[in-house]
Write a protein that binds this ligand. Structure first.
Ligand SMILES: NC(=O)c1ccc[n+]([C@@H]2O[C@H](COP(=O)([O-])OP(=O)(O)OC[C@H]3O[C@@H](n4cnc5c(N)ncnc54)[C@H](O)[C@@H]3O)[C@@H](O)[C@H]2O)c1
Length: 437
């Protein structure tokens, strides 16, 4: 099939590469000329394992072309996927500006019977609004608008897209459903067909459930800290109950990234807008927002104040295997530490460039106390406190004796991901602080 995927962000580039690898002719379309130029040279504007190779192959075989030109891509496309960003608006609800802008731009160029599939995470009712925007902007030929939510995870996005747990098609027209099933056939995944509104709720519900699981275990971790229980032992115990399972338990700093915080916030704002002030999502969102602040304050007491302390902040992305810093714990921790008078030495295996850009643009107080290290050793050298924020493999396999050698005497090791063994760390003479332990 001929496809256009609008928006060459994490979702758009991965989907473009995967569909091109199945022999479809794919345009990846973006309004960002710089991104399109990079992708045309098969350079990926962000870090995602396996993606460069996929894009390289598509570009070389000419099944994958990147462009900024709607008039070039849309007229030949059987399926157009909208995969632009949907940030939260000021009131917390989804800001659909980019989705509608894409719909407006594609409208006059649609071919007869084209399928416009909304891949961006959007609230129920958006397909009708997109259809209206298309009609209002020169979409005169028959077309279809459907929901095709995306479930990939950054850090394993290529793998997730090649081997999805399921494909959800939110559509009602039999011909459209058949065409979309055909497009996804090479993936060999179960396909679930439903109303567009249900498909959109599936996406929000998946993220809201996972975010709630993280918030739930953090709440239990708080209780463990007060009563001498160990959250990791509790997880091992509850995980064997088949109704609960041992996967996806992450006591820590709360959920971050480009999706969970905004999607939960959007559901919470929606619940409030329809008079459900007590909806669980409202509480989950608030608890998550408060978590980092309260943990930093607890750590501050445990280390005897941040002022004058050198803190090695290890891990700046929102999770391992990505350089995405959207809603990463570092974006809250680094400013707070600097404001409290600490000297911050940060290190991340992949995110230093983004971090330099991000923190450089934030007008942070005491910014002269911020230093970007180019190795974990450099970050730890002379530090009073180590703060492990992300479980990058390189950051969770450090030798305790090596850490001890680099840091000042009586240093404190704060393991926000519960990755190190307390006894091993304490054996070398460091003080250990974990989560829920
Ligand atoms: N990132 C994820 O892990 C993930 C996973 C599942 C779903 N989603 C959802 O998918 C959507 C896209 O997320 P993302 O992380 O890929 O976004 P992103 O911010 O990385 O990329 C969005 C891209 O859209 C482009 N764009 C904006 N307006 C445009 C227009 N009018 N025409 C063409 N291009 C335009 C931007 O320039 C940008 O390159 C969001 O709704 C998100 O919630 C994201």
């Amino acid at each position: 099939m001929n496809l256009t995927i609008i928006g060459t962000g994490f979702v758009g580039v991965v989907s473009s590469g995967v569909f091109a690898s199945f022999g479809n002719i794919v345009y990846g379309l973006d309004i960002d000329q710089k991104k399109v130029d990079m992708l045309t040279r098969a350079e990926i504007p962000f870090y995602e394992p396996g993606l460069e190779q996929l894009v390289k192959e598509g570009v070389a075989k000419k099944t994958l072309t990147f462009t900024t030109d709607y008039t070039k891509a849309i007229p030949s496309s059987d399926v157009i996927m909208i995969a632009v960003g949907t940030p939260s608006a000021m009131d917390g609800q989804a800001d659909l500006t980019y989705v509608f802008a894409a719909a407006k731009s594609l409208a006059p160029h649609l071919k007869d019977g084209a399928i416009v599939a909304v891949k961006s995470t959007v609230p129920p009712g958006t397909c009708d609004k997109v259809a209206q925007v298309i009609r209002d902007n020169g979409g005169t030929k028959p077309f279809h608008v459907v929901s095709l939510p995306e479930f990939l995870k950054e850090g394993s996005a290529v793998e997730d897209t090649l081997h999805p747990d399921r494909i959800i098609i939110g559509a009602t027209d039999a011909m459209v459903i058949e065409k979309l099933k055909e497009l996804h056939k090479p993936l060999g995944a179960p396909v679930v067909v439903m109303k567009p509104e249900s498909a959109q709720m599936c996406k929000y519900t998946s993220n809201a459930y996972l975010a709630t699981r993280i918030t739930f275990i953090n709440q239990i971790a708080n209780l463990c800290e007060a009563n001498g229980a160990n959250i990791q032992e509790v997880i091992a115990g509850i995980g064997l109950d088949k109704r609960i399972g041992k996967h996806y338990w992450y006591p820590g700093l709360g959920y971050g990234g480009s999706c969970f915080p905004k999607d939960v916030k959007e559901l919470a704002a929606y619940a409030k807008a329809i008079g459900q002030e007590n909806n669980l999502m409202v509480t989950v969102s608030t608890l998550n927002e408060e978590r980092m602040v309260s943990l930093l304050s607890t750590f501050e007491q445990q280390v005897g104040g941040w002022k004058g302390k050198t803190v090695a902040v290890l891990g700046l992305s929102f999770k391992p295997n990505t350089n995405d810093m959207r809603e990463a714990p570092s974006t809250k921790a680094v400013p707070a530490l600097l404001a409290a008078g600490a000297v911050v030495h940060s290190y991340d295996p992949m995110t230093n460039e983004e971090a330099a850009r991000y923190f450089g643009s934030q007008k942070l107080s005491n910014f002269s106390n911020y230093h970007m290290a180019t190795s974990v050793d450099e970050a730890l050298k002379g530090a009073h406190v180590a703060l492990v924020l992300v479980e990058w493999p390189q950051l969770i396999t450090l030798e305790p004796s090596h850490i001890k050698e680099l840091m000042v005497p009586n240093a404190i090791f704060i393991d926000c991901r519960d990755q190190y063994d307390r006894a091993e760390i304490e054996k070398v003479g460091l003080k250990y602080i974990g989560i829920g332990l």
